[in-house]
Design a protein around this ligand. Structure first.
Ligand SMILES: Cc1ncc(COP(=O)(O)O)c(C=O)c1O
Length: 371
């Protein structure tokens, strides 16, 4: 019987060898809606009411028709220009089905098999599977010492020695919150003009040091900046993100995506979200206040932690991390266990929401830890 099972399971069309070898990125997505979601760094209060109104106004004709994107690149450019005092043109903004889809498209269009992909460790989990899909060689440079500072010199050395095709900088980094200055990144782009540097600015609103204000994409066409409406605007379920760069580079990256990858709901929501900057600013302010509040608690109670520039922090409980995770879940709170993650083993990553949500977390954490 065993042999038969084996022979059946081995009889299926084999994919490319790179796909057979890779570890896919799997996220624990199910059954989260009614809990306090501090596990994916999402917006914890939902999108602007104007977004909900816009989605409710969608007609049956709009649903039956393929999506129209006219004006959305302009709206995104206007929003970025007014926030960053830049002069971006619509052709410099690529629309994607979430930043994950932009990341996939960049690897697909720029990453050749056997070329090198330079990244940091630990970082966001979807970069490496994309490099694996292309059959690229991955070079991971660890964040430094106990503070997880940015390994700038090691990255410079690797750019010179390894000549990578792609370099990914998540700024601030998920999950360590590590920041590096926009100026440092620009310097790397001049140092290695043949490397495409992707700056993942998903959590930039909580840091306030975007590279956009200081970059001229005609001088450094080898930088692409990623922004998403998932986390800060609260549109994670609709999937929309932006790739910003030199218009020729954006044009090449867009060649590998389908013509209607972004759905009409996401388009409608994006227009409304981009118009309501006040709502975003208010949410960011609340998260920054809550970050300060929880930081003080962690210091007062002398709990091992690392809190830096994102809407999340790392905490090392004294008890086993899985035990604390289960106890928090029993109290309706989700966090992300960093089990088996190099450098941060034993920690939990906790997203930061509003102050009252952090108070709820803190009470449950104290109970679970017995402090
Ligand atoms: C650093 C980073 N980049 C990209 C993404 C994916 O963003 P999106 O929802 O726009 O696909 C995430 C989501 O967790 C992330 O943390």
């Amino acid at each position: 019987m065993e042999n038969l099972d084996n022979s059946i399971s081995s009889h299926f069309p084999k994919p490319r060898q790179e796909i057979e070898n890779m570890n896919p990125y799997i996220a624990p997505l199910e059954g989260r809606r009614n809990l306090l979601r501090l596990d994916f760094n999402e917006n914890t209060i939902g999108p602007s009411p104007k977004v909900i109104d816009a989605i409710r106004s969608i007609s049956s004709k709009e649903i039956a028709t393929y999506p129209e994107y006219n004006g959305l690149q302009q709206a995104a450019a206007n929003s970025l220009n007014s926030l960053n005092k830049t002069h971006l043109e619509p052709s410099q903004i690529g629309l994607f089905n979430g930043v994950d889809s932009a990341i996939h498209a960049i690897f697909h269009s720029y990453g050749n098999a056997k070329e090198k992909f330079l990244t940091t460790l630990p970082t966001f989990g979807y970069y490496n599977p994309c490099a694996n899909m292309q059959g690229m060689q991955i070079i991971e440079i660890p964040y430094e010492a106990r503070n997880f500072s940015f390994p700038l010199n090691a990255i410079k050395d690797s750019l010179k020695k390894d000549k990578p095709r792609l370099l990914m900088i998540c700024n601030p980094n998920n999950p360590t919150g590590t920041k590096t200055s926009a100026k440092n990144i620009l310097e790397l782009a001049f140092l290695s003009p043949r490397t495409l540097i992707i700056v993942d600015e998903l959590y930039e609103a909580f840091l306030g040091d975007s590279i956009l204000p200081i970059i001229d994409f005609s001088q450094t066409p080898n930088i692409v900046v990623l922004r998403s409406l998932s986390k800060i605007s609260g549109l994670a379920g609709l999937r929309i993100g932006f790739g910003i760069g030199n218009k020729e580079v954006i044009n090449r990256i867009k060649r590998v995506t389908g013509p209607y990858d972004i759905n009409s709901f996401a388009v409608k929501a994006a227009f409304a979200a981009l118009k309501d900057q006040e709502y975003i600013d208010n949410y960011v302010r609340q998260v920054l206040d809550a970050r300060k509040w929880i930081h003080e608690k962690l210091l007062t109670y002398e709990i091992k932690h690392h809190i830096d520039s994102g809407n999340y922090f790392l905490i090392w409980p004294k008890k086993d991390s899985s035990e604390i995770e289960s106890s928090l879940k029993a109290n309706g709170i989700l966090i992300r266990n960093m089990k088996n993650k190099p450098l941060i083993e034993g920690s939990l990553r906790v997203s930061i929401g509003t102050k009252s949500q952090m108070e709820t977390f803190w009470r449950a954490f104290q109970k679970a830890e017995g402090i």
